[in-house]
Design a protein around this ligand. Structure first.
Ligand code: SF4
Length: 322
């Protein structure tokens, strides 16, 4: 299995080479909007889920394969919560010694209350946690955290990290229609943001297949209201167009699996990424996706998305074309 994937187009980081340090859905949250399906079971202990040495070796190969300029950021992101890998700090140190490409960590931020996690993340050039709720009640409804996780401790971790961190600290808010985009919910989030003081607040909309089929992106009016309420340092990120890199591995099929395990792709994006290959190769890869049992189709927002088959979505349409 590849732990280094892409580059994939990112809404905030341009062409991002991904490092995925945990197996699919190793996560202490179970967000209703998660593009990778439901977290079953919730996992809340740090461990070396994947060999640190293997991850670093794969990164070395990928950096060797891609030309300078093809990668804007190296990003720890992927199929679960990145800070659950116990050697995240040591990996960040090694990546920084290998390249000058900036390194970002996407995290839910729930473990920042732990001093060792704050120290690990201090090595990154950008840290991008989530804050979707300004109250414990909405936190439970949206992020559905592990029962050991406490909302006030979560907020305290974000505040403490901000005080000690000198890199870019960008907090992401996923705006969900009718849940956290009301006047009251946005005011509550704004109150918390005033305590945390991030460099930027990034408003995102669920544009990839959410775990729960009822999740809908906020309407434009509510997005504008969120911008007004959350202040001057708010940016809105709509879905990103760009190219998905399928090179750097021996098998195009495995490269596609590596991406869709972390980042479900619209069928149109998949065909676009494959268009540089001969038709026979495209047919071979598409047939393998349909027949291998490693991929599934999920329909959301009127689009067909390819995702890894172990992902569990509400009302997923599995291998629809069979
Ligand atoms: S969106 Fe991120 S934090 Fe939420 S369940 Fe998915 S992997 Fe976990």
């Amino acid at each position: 299995m590849g732990y280094v994937f892409g580059p994939v187009p990112s809404r905030r980081l341009g062409q991002s080479l991904g490092i995925d340090p945990v197996p699919l859905k190793t996560c202490n949250w179970n967000c209703v909007y998660c593009q990778l399906g439901r977290s079953k079971p919730l996992i809340d202990h740090r461990a070396e889920y994947i060999s640190t040495q293997n991850i670093i070796a794969q990164l070395q190969n990928a950096l060797h394969f891609h030309k300078p300029g093809e990668i804007d950021w190296i990003t720890f992101v992927g199929s679960g919560e990145t800070t659950l890998h116990i050697n995240l700090g040591s990996m960040l140190e090694q990546v920084k010694s290998m390249t000058n490409i900036p390194v970002a960590v996407i995290t839910n931020g729930s473990l920042l209350y732990l001093p060792e996690v704050r120290n690990d993340l201090s090595l990154a050039d950008a840290v991008m946690p989530s804050l979707d709720a300004g109250s414990a009640h909405l936190y439970k409804n949206i992020n559905r955290p592990h029962p050991h996780l406490d909302y006030e401790e979560f907020i305290d971790g974000l505040v403490r990290f901000r005080q000690q961190y000198h890199g870019k600290f960008w907090i992401e808010v996923m705006l969900i229609k009718g849940l956290n985009d009301t006047l009251q919910a946005l005011r509550e989030i704004a109150n918390r943001m005033q305590l945390i003081k991030p460099d930027e607040i990034h408003l995102l909309l669920p544009t990839r297949p959410p775990a729960e089929s009822w999740v809908k992106p906020s309407e434009e009016t509510n997005v504008r209201m969120a911008q007004l309420i959350l202040g001057n340092n708010v940016k809105v990120f709509h879905s990103q167009k760009g190219s998905f890199g399928l090179g750097g591995t021996d098998s195009v099929f495995q490269a596609v699996i590596a991406i869709i395990t972390r980042h479900p792709m619209k069928e149109s994006e998949l065909l676009e990424a494959l268009k540089h290959y001969p038709q026979e190769k495209i047919d071979e890869v598409m047939n393998a996706l349909r027949e291998s049992g490693e991929a599934q189709i999920v329909e959301r927002y009127g689009e067909r998305y390819w995702s890894a088959s172990p992902s569990q979505y509400a009302a997923a349409v599995a291998n629809e074309e069979k």
